[in-house]
Design a protein around this ligand. Structure first.
Ligand SMILES: NC(=O)c1ccc[n+]([C@@H]2O[C@H](COP(=O)([O-])OP(=O)(O)OC[C@H]3O[C@@H](n4cnc5c(N)ncnc54)[C@H](OP(=O)(O)O)[C@@H]3O)[C@@H](O)[C@H]2O)c1
Length: 251
């Protein structure tokens, strides 16, 4: 896809992968709007990137998404894309009901969030000559991490939803892309992850993603080298081995 001249919303754009992608897109000439719950973090990102815009949104608030989408489109009438990147990841003890609050929050944020926001943006995106919906899933969509069962399940569900969305929008101006990161150095699971040597450095991840996204036509799936073993485990006949290796230790 071409980046220059595009106007793209990045949810969860104030930190981690979202911020990395937002800044890379901004540097390549896109107008980027970062969105999330923490206004102070959003302001820090726009201050560091003159020309970038921000809006506060909580993607779990079904009642607020329609209003958010309307305000976003009113402020940026040439909006032609969204990166549904906002997400949470929680460890869960499945043996007790104590994890149910985390399970429900994870479903509402990671699965219903992108479904709702995309639904409210699509009527507008379909009027644009070329538009893009990018859903951020995970390598864990393809082989689950048992310590984070609901997280892994939401990403598998978003993978499935993305396939259906792509099929239903085929022949329209809206392309649908899945971005499945491997384990990357961010604060998703906590501070330790940001410096975990087993996780992919964020800058290297963003650079590889941008190189793949720059291809024409835009690939349906953006899978960096480090994620290929997970993405293709089943078709490679390696699912049981990869599952066992991934789940040999608990975080
Ligand atoms: N890092 C990895 O290893 C990895 C691997 C595979 C997939 N991913 C996916 O990559 C995406 C980004 O994660 P990350 O690693 O960059 O972690 P992160 O830094 O924690 O980013 C998550 C972002 O989502 C936002 N967010 C969370 N709940 C939200 C809500 N209810 N409404 C609006 N925004 C919300 C957060 O901002 P606020 O808290 O300010 O709202 C934050 O900016 C997630 O979808 C994650 O599942 C990450």
């Amino acid at each position: 896809m071409k980046f220059e001249g595009r106007t793209l919303l990045v949810t969860g754009g104030a930190s981690g992968i979202g911020r990395g992608l937002a800044e890379a897109l901004h540097a390549r000439g896109a107008k980027v709007i970062v969105a999330g719950r923490r206004a102070d973090l959003l302001s820090a990102v726009t201050a560091a990137n003159p020309g970038m815009a921000s809006m506060v949104v909580d993607v779990t608030r079904a009642d607020a998404i329609a209003d958010f989408a309307a305000r976003l489109i009113a402020a940026h009438p040439v909006l032609d894309g969204v990166i549904n990147n906002a997400g949470i990841m929680r460890k869960e003890d499945v043996a007790t009901p104590a994890h149910l609050d985390d399970a429900e929050a994870t479903v509402v944020t990671n699965l219903l969030g992108p479904i709702r926001l995309t639904a409210h943006l699509l009527p507008h995106l379909l009027t644009r000559p070329r538009a893009t919906v990018i859903n951020v899933t995970s390598g864990l969509a393809f082989v689950p991490l048992a310590a984070t069962p609901t997280y892994s399940a939401t990403k598998a569900a978003l993978h499935s939803y993305t396939q259906s969305l792509r099929h239903r929008l085929a022949g329209t101006s809206v392309e649908v892309v899945e971005l499945a990161p491997p384990y990357v150095q961010t604060m998703l699971l906590g501070e330790f992850q940001a410096t975990d040597p087993n996780a992919m450095p964020l800058a290297a991840f963003v650079a590889e993603v941008m190189a793949i996204l720059a291809q024409e036509p835009t690939p349906a799936e953006v899978i960096v080298e480090r994620c290929r073993a997970l993405r293709h485990a089943a078709e490679n006949g390696a699912y049981a081995t990869v599952f066992a290796g991934l789940n040999a230790e608990h975080f």
